[in-house]
Design a protein around this ligand. Structure first.
Ligand SMILES: Nc1nc2c(ncn2[C@@H]2O[C@H](COP(=O)(O)OP(=O)(O)O)[C@@H](O)[C@H]2O)c(=O)[nH]1
Ligand SMILES: [Mg+2]
Length: 606
């Protein structure tokens, strides 16, 4: 099944066209029949020769009933755009097209009706030129008469073609049915109808009615007047509900699949066309069949934060329509020389649970970040913004392409995660120093210190931090330096005293044996960071490499080993391994002619 909404100026023949196509009466209310005018949404359907069924939502064309029109078009993927041959392009043609464009609807057919009353070619040319500039683009145009039936076979062909072009909906998508009607039937109880754009609803399913967040049970299902045990989107659905009274239901509420949605109170959006003045501070938000008020805070560029008066079940990538309730129709531009209908804006939802903007400059930073996001934000975008996110929260935001979790149920941005791992290493090391007799830092204490929401994150972080080991809920640093034996420490101290005067002249073998320092003593001292060991027997004070590089940076570049030896007051025996050590540290670069130069960018390290 496909669902198509009508659009177009009042009295241009939308309802008559559906009557002629389907044999059904879309104007349901007595008042509509008496006044010959659609006020509320109407419904009709037909079956194509292919067996494909088309359901139509008929909308009112009068400017007074624009909210009803938006409730009809909001959840629908395609439109039947109606223009009368004898009327031509009119203000509500333009307003409806602006709404379609703002909602990003991309499929449709242009129908020029009342073709028995006037030559349709002018209206076709006029309308096609307007429609081409909208999200609908180039659409097929058909001239019909609902009275004589002329053009109807061609229109049915065009509808078949349109149905073939509509992308199939995902039967596993999370269910959200915007309620467009609610009534009670004696004997069956409460019934709601709405468009099911995607996903599957089965008899017996439990859904949540929002914004009340009240569970309801699907007692029975119907589509186009026929009973069904399950319905898969796209469909027009009538749901017989258990556990709720008709008086607790209204258009604009929604039935959603538990766990797959969150009720958003604040959303960050990108507005697709911002006029010179931008949107007003208070705006009407339309999404699906819902309508509410929102405070608008422009964050920068086209990015805005909306604070909704009533919470709405929204996903990222949802399209919403913003309407300035105060925009005067006199500003309207029926000739379409401007691109947008005054006071109508389309917006795409980027975040349904945005972090508060408390820091100075947070709004500007958020705008800069969100401006670069795609219209269908990916898990990586939302996780980067948060650093850390619960997988279930992202699912409820409508993000299913989730990367590998860092711990059960948790996703992390890799930079943020690496930063946390480093902080964990520091916290554990600091604790070990402060409390040398403690067995280590309890994981719970680390969780509190890092303000992490889940202990499992601490354990996952411990395995990401190379120096930290977690054993039985206690964290320790892997390499904990114990002090050198006192005799060795005394010898090393004497050695360092020698080096204080001539820091780049390594003590010779005689001096080393005098102090009783064997190769393995030197190795142990170097392991503890007490000495810098250039070769088995050549040692300097810790940090001698960096100090040497500082001095060598003052030489003419590149420099020879002899020049380095002179500048450092070193010896041939020491300077060669010292320079090789600097090469390894990438403080110097050795050139093919054996001269060296200090690496430019690395000087910043000093
Ligand atoms: N002659 C003629 N009249 C039509 C045609 N389509 C609609 N009408 C008439 O135009 C008027 C408005 O039609 P309606 O379907 O209510 O317009 P809507 O407001 O767009 O739904 C009604 O009086 C219809 O009978 C048509 O193709 N030919
Ligand atoms: Mg009508």
């Amino acid at each position: 099944m496909h669902v198509i909404a009508t659009a177009g100026h009042v009295d241009h023949g939308k309802s008559a066209l559906l009557r002629a196509l389907t044999g059904m009466e879309p104007d349901r209310w007595a008042e509509e029949k008496r006044r010959g005018m659609t006020i509320d949404l109407g419904y009709a359907w037909m079956t194509l020769a292919s067996g494909e069924r088309l359901a139509f939502v008929d909308v009112p064309g009068h400017s007074r009933f624009v909210p009803n029109m938006l409730a009809g078009v909001g959840p629908v993927p395609a439109v039947l755009f109606v223009v009368a041959a004898d009327g031509g392009w009119m203000p509500q043609s333009a307003e409806h097209l602006a709404a379609i464009d703002a909602l990003g609807i991309s499929r449709g057919v242009l129908v020029v009706t009342r073709a028995d009353l006037a030559d349709p070619s002018r209206a076709i040319a006029q309308a096609a030129a307007q429609i081409r500039r909208s999200s609908l683009g180039d659409v097929r145009a058909v001239a019909v008469s609902a009275i004589t039936g002329a053009g109807l076979p061609e229109l049915i062909g065009a509808l078949g073609e349109l149905a073939g072009q509509l992308p199939p909906a995902d039967p596993k998508a999370p269910v959200r049915i915007w309620v467009d009607r609610a009534f009670s039937i004696t004997g069956s109880g409460t019934v709601v109808t709405g468009t099911l754009p995607a996903g599957t609803v089965r008899r017996g399913d439990e859904l949540l009615l929002v914004p009340a967040v009240r569970p309801v049970k699907v007692r029975a299902l119907q589509a186009l007047g026929e009973n069904a045990t399950e319905l898969t989107g796209v469909a027009r659905a009538a749901l017989n509900l258990r556990g709720i009274d008709r008086t607790q239901l209204a258009r604009g509420m929604a039935l959603v699949q538990p766990g797959r949605w969150r009720l958003a109170r604040q959303v960050d959006v990108r507005i697709s066309q911002v006029s010179e003045n931008g949107p007003p501070r208070l705006i009407t938000v339309h999404v699906g069949s819902a309508r509410t008020q929102a405070k608008v805070r422009m964050l920068g560029g086209a990015v805005a934060r909306l604070t909704l008066r009533d919470p709405l079940p929204l996903h990222v990538a949802d399209r919403v329509l913003l309407r300035d309730p105060g925009a005067s129709r006199e500003q309207a531009d029926p000739d379409g020389s401007r691109d947008i209908w005054p006071g109508l804006f389309g917006a795409v939802v980027l975040d349904v649970d945005p972090p508060p903007l408390t820091r100075r400059g947070a709004a500007t930073a958020a705008a800069a970040e969100l401006a670069a996001w795609p219209s269908r934000p990916a898990a990586a975008d939302l996780v980067r913004r948060r650093g850390l996110a619960a997988a279930a929260d992202l699912t409820a935001m409508g993000v299913t392409d989730q990367p590998e979790p860092v711990a059960a149920g948790w996703l992390a941005d890799s930079d943020h995660w690496a930063g946390l791992a480093a902080r964990l290493g520091a916290i554990v090391a600091e604790h070990a120093e402060r409390e040398p007799l403690a067995p280590g830092l309890p994981a719970e204490a680390a969780r509190e210190a890092l303000r992490l929401p889940d202990r499992r994150l601490v354990l996952a972080l411990a395995s990401a931090a190379p120096s930290v080991t977690a054993t039985a809920g206690v964290l320790t640093v892997g390499t904990r330096p114990d002090s050198l034996p006192p005799a060795l420490a005394a010898s090393v101290a004497s050695l360092l005293a020698d080096l204080a005067d001539r820091p780049f002249d390594a003590p010779d073998a005689t001096r080393l044996s005098e102090l009783g320092l064997e190769k393995r003593d030197l190795a142990a001292a170097a392991r503890h960071g007490a000495l810098l060991r250039l070769t088995d027997q050549i040692v300097l004070a810790p940090g001698a490499g960096e100090r040497a590089a500082q001095i060598l940076a003052g030489l003419d570049q590149p420099f020879t080993a002899a020049a380095a030896r002179a500048a450092l007051g070193s010896t041939r025996r020491t300077v060669i391994p010292l320079l090789e050590h600097l090469d390894r540290l990438r403080l110097t670069q050795r050139l093919p002619d054996d001269r060296r130069k200090i690496r430019g960018q690395d000087r910043a390290r000093f």
